[in-house]
Design a protein around this ligand. Structure first.
Ligand code: TRP
Ligand code: ZN
Length: 496
């Protein structure tokens, strides 16, 4: 019941939205080894100023005050996981960060206020190599370094932990986020919006992006994938360690792992050659042998979207099909799909939707959760663009009419400021997309796509707010568009 809830969110509108035929959318025990802090230099520190509402345990997003923490900015996460017998993991996460103010204590988000069993237990914490005191309570791991950290200093926190990871109910969705295990035995992470700190200690807020290395040690014969590129595979006695590197900034909620003894990495050489990025999918053998047809169109989809949005932002792309979460999720460079979607008639649209998130959401990440329509409205709009690329303007207009009818029929609310418990509501998706349709109609195609490309270019790899998008639109169109945005984003009434 619960696992289908999100499909309902994505597809409720959808099912009805696109007419009768298509729906739119939408072990072996190894002790934790202590390694040195990363030898590669971290990327240049970001220069986030301390936010006005920051506290020790909040980065100051009024939507979810418990998420994120004040006083520092993470540059890099090095996550090392070892999968043990019985679902247990041993984790070792190194957080390299820069203080934005002098700090005598700092907090990381880690764990849950409603743990299943003992949850993940912290075994040791070090700051700059020296043992540090810590207090782990609910979702916060408060660390006291041996000496205060100066403002602007780079520092390294190492956290060793172990236990059985689990999924906990999200603040924003009637669904669990965190660590999943499918009926097939595949284990994977669903992070959006508040699941990342259920498997690694993090500044778990999208306004603090960082590069990642994720290394997963599994029994020999098991495969482990994560974001980015597989940079090393180390075979040891009875184990293999897969080392993945995401060297472009990534929000914590987009970090993922997929682990299974039935999966392999399937490289798509033709699509890689055509797109210039590394296209690879993570598939169980049955799907690897007989992949769904739309998966063969990745290069085409990247071509259409990059023609409209600007260059694909990352070095890799692909999807993993896993069972048990009932939906699809745009993890950076490696979107996750429920296997239920493999033979769904809407698979092509969901593939386009998650691919579009690599620009809108992953490269350009909302600075605050309230602006989630900058992800979902744009990704849903991309579905319309794909329909147009395939079927021409008439198909595009028909789809808009159908979705408008559904927005009315379901009384979907405005996308600009959804309730915190309703971040992924149908209105955020469908009215968000219609907002872009209205903008396109208002300013014309040439200006509209100039706006999109100016926006993706200016804010690539960074954070955005609704005001940033409106500013770019008004600059490029050279006119005031506030009435249009106000009506489409915030009015209860659906504009004409
Ligand atoms: N971002 C997802 C989408 O593409 C929706 C989503 C958010 C989601 N959190 C999730 C899906 C958790 C599954 C599980 O629309
Ligand atoms: Zn989406």
């Amino acid at each position: 019941m619960r696992r289908l809830a999100l499909v309902v969110v994505l597809a409720s509108v959808a099912a009805a939205c696109s007419g009768p035929t298509s729906v739119s959318t939408t072990a072996t025990v190894i002790s934790t080894t202590t390694t040195e802090p990363p030898t590669t230099a971290p990327p240049p520190p970001s220069t986030r100023p301390p936010g006005p509402n920051e506290t020790l345990t909040s980065i100051g997003d009024p939507y979810y005050p418990g998420l994120g923490n004040g006083g520092y900015d993470v540059a890099r996460y090095d996550i090392e996981l070892t999968l043990l017998d019985g679902g247990e993991i041993a984790g070792f996460t190194t957080v390299t960060a820069v203080t934005v103010a002098e700090l005598d204590r700092l907090s990381l988000d880690f764990g849950s206020t409603e743990p299943v069993g003992d949850g993940l237990v912290v075994d040791a914490v070090r700051v700059d190599g020296a043992p540090a005191r810590w207090d782990h309570d609910g979702e916060e791991l408060i660390v006291t370094p041996p000496a205060a950290l100066a403002a602007g200093a780079t520092f390294v926190v190492e956290v060793e932990y172990s236990g059985v990871p689990f999924a906990a109910t999200s603040r924003a969705l009637p669904i669990g986020v965190g660590w999943y295990e499918g009926a097939s035995g595949v284990r994977y992470v669903i992070g959006e919006p508040d699941g990342a700190h259920l498997w690694f200690p993090a500044n778990d807020h999208p306004s603090d992006k960082a590069t990642f290395s994720i290394s997963v040690t599994v029994p020999a014969g098991t495969f482990a994938a994560a974001n980015g590129s597989l940079v090393d595979q180390i075979d040891d006695i009875g184990t293999t360690t897969f080392v993945w590197e995401e060297d472009d900034p990534m929000a914590t909620y987009l970090a993922t792992v997929v682990v299974s003894d039935r999966y392999t990495l399937v490289r798509d050489e033709a699509a890689s050659a055509e797109t210039g990025i590394e296209v690879r999918n993570v598939l169980a053998s049955d799907l690897a042998d007989d992949p769904p047809a739309p998966l063969g169109r990745t290069a085409e989809m990247v071509g259409v979207l990059s023609g409209l949005f600007g260059p694909y932002p990352f070095d890799e792309y692909g999807v993993a099909f896993v069972d048990g979460f009932g939906s699809a999720l745009e993890n950076q460079t490696l979107s996750l799909f429920d296997t239920e979607l493999a033979d769904a008639p809407i698979l092509d649209l969901v593939l386009v939707h998650e691919l579009a998130h690599q620009w809108f959401g992953n490269s350009l990440t909302p600075r605050r959760w309230e602006d989630i329509w900058l992800n979902e409205g744009f990704a849903t709009f991309a579905e319309l663009l794909w329909i147009e690329a395939e079927g021409g303007e008439e198909a595009y207009r028909d789809e808009i009419r159908e979705r408008t009818r559904q927005v009315r029929a379901f009384g979907l609310g405005p996308p600009g400021s959804p309730a915190p418990s309703d971040l992924f509501a149908g209105g955020v998706y469908q009215r968000g997309a219609l907002t872009l349709v209205a903008l396109r109609d208002e300013v014309g195609d040439a200006t509209f796509f100039d706006i999109l490309r100016a926006y993706t270019d200016r804010y690539a790899y960074g954070n955005v707010t609704t005001a940033d998008f409106v500013t770019v639109a008004e600059e490029v169109a050279n006119r005031d568009l506030s009435a249009l945005f106000d009506a489409w984003l915030y009015d209860d009434q659906l504009p004409d």
